[in-house]
Write a new protein. Sequence first.
Length: 576
Amino acid sequence: MNFAGSFKELQAKLMPLGGKWDNSKENMVTYRLNGGFMNWSRQSGNISFQGKSKDADSLKKSVLSIIEDKSSTTELKDRVSKLLKALSEGMYEREEIIAVSLLSALCGQNTFLYGPPGTAKSLISRRIACAFSQPDYFEYLMNRFSTPEDVFGPVSIKALKEDRYTRKTNHYLPKAEIAFLDEIWKSSPAILNTLLTLINERIFRNGEVVEKAPLKALIAASNETPESNQGLEALYDRFIVRLMVGPIKNSDNFDHLLSQRPTEAEIDVGNDLQVCADEWLHWQKQIHAVELSKETFTIIHLIRKALVDQYDELKVYVSDRRWQRAAMLMKASAFFNGNSQTNHSDALLLRHCLWTEESNREAINAIVEQAVKDAGFDTGIDLSKFDKQKEQLDAEIHQELYYSKDIYETEELNGEQYFVTEFKDRSYYHGRLNRKVFIHTNKMKTTDSFNPIDENGNSIDDLTCKFDGQGTCVIGEDNYDEKNFTPVVRFHKGDKKSKVNKRLINSLLDSISETKEQFIKTLSQVELMKQGYEKNLKSVFIPQEKSQIAIQGIEEQITQLQLRIKDCERMESLCK
């Protein structure tokens, strides 16, 4: 028997069996269960069993049934997909909201539904409760007159007579598995403070007794977000998923809504689809074993940087606790989609985790989507290093092999370079005499008038020169003909130098080739990773068009690598 996955993947698969692991050896991992021993080679993936015959056979049978059950993850994804289809029946334009709300409940997180009245927020909560097998469900509409008794249960009169302060919590929030609190921010501080402990620690202090709360998920709703400086930030932070529930936009969907009977809150979900308590607990352990991919970390870091850069505008702060819970949501998405590590689609769920109020929701959505697009694949190759090398090589090529500016025909006089031209001097009686005029090269950069010099270095005071800013010098005055003089360019900027050391050229070509090979290697890796990846991106919790954002980013990554390779080829041609 062989297992070709990672140690963490093997741990995740065998977690339901219990048992103990020993991974202290470099190449061998040992697993012990009920007197049986399993040895797994990290290098070859080979699995062998030891121990008493009965114990070893029992362990082998259990391990075999799990490892060779290749359809288990696919079956779970199909099951969740069918469950979502059942829960979304008759719920127009609420499919994604129900999907993400269910995912939140499946991994023990809390959800906040934000939107105007009459947009089916309470209906969504009741539908989520239908996904679970016989859950204890609690629902309450908060208002400013609500008391702790309405939410946590009445005080027991019998217990009071015995000098004990105890609430009767059956059928109230402390005993609920799924709960819905409507208009949550309208409640009193006494309720909200107790609620904070209950949803954070999953415990309820009932008098002198601390009771464990079986709460799997709390769904809250409101048509407003909590106002700042009201002491509600800590409670609001516990709602990891925040979903906008707006009115139906599509006219056909709206017409269907008007034509059909009122949507039922309770629907018939088959027992084979419903989630029972034991498997929910089992899934929590398996979700923890899912790995965050390198690409997911890249996306998170890009988002964090964008939030810092735009803090003055958006005023969005994300706590460490919130990031940790959001990571758990992404892991859960990967798990229920049949993957052992997260991918770009799972990271898109951060769109629903980071906004704080309606004014920054669209901006956060754009930041997350851009980060997913920019992340591409992590190849383990530092492209910035090779980009810098390419830029340095390009600069060296142009410096050593090509003229970086126009080189003019000049003559040296007294250690400096001058443009030289001739004039016919009219001051001579028997005719005109050619006379050399020297113009300093640095005068070409100015448009000021100046006097040239003669071959002896003496200023010609009765002759004035002036460059026009376009490279032409106007010369004339007194006894001289006025003349336009344009210095002759010997070598133009960009012309290749004729005499260059061949060893230098070969060295540059070798360096370019090495850099190009790194880009080709990276491109091959990305193209290989892309094969079949689009199929893995399909998620039951993310709309298909959103998953395409990741594909667009990967295709852009491939395009940029191809451009880098072409640029290297351009540099090679410059050297030849």
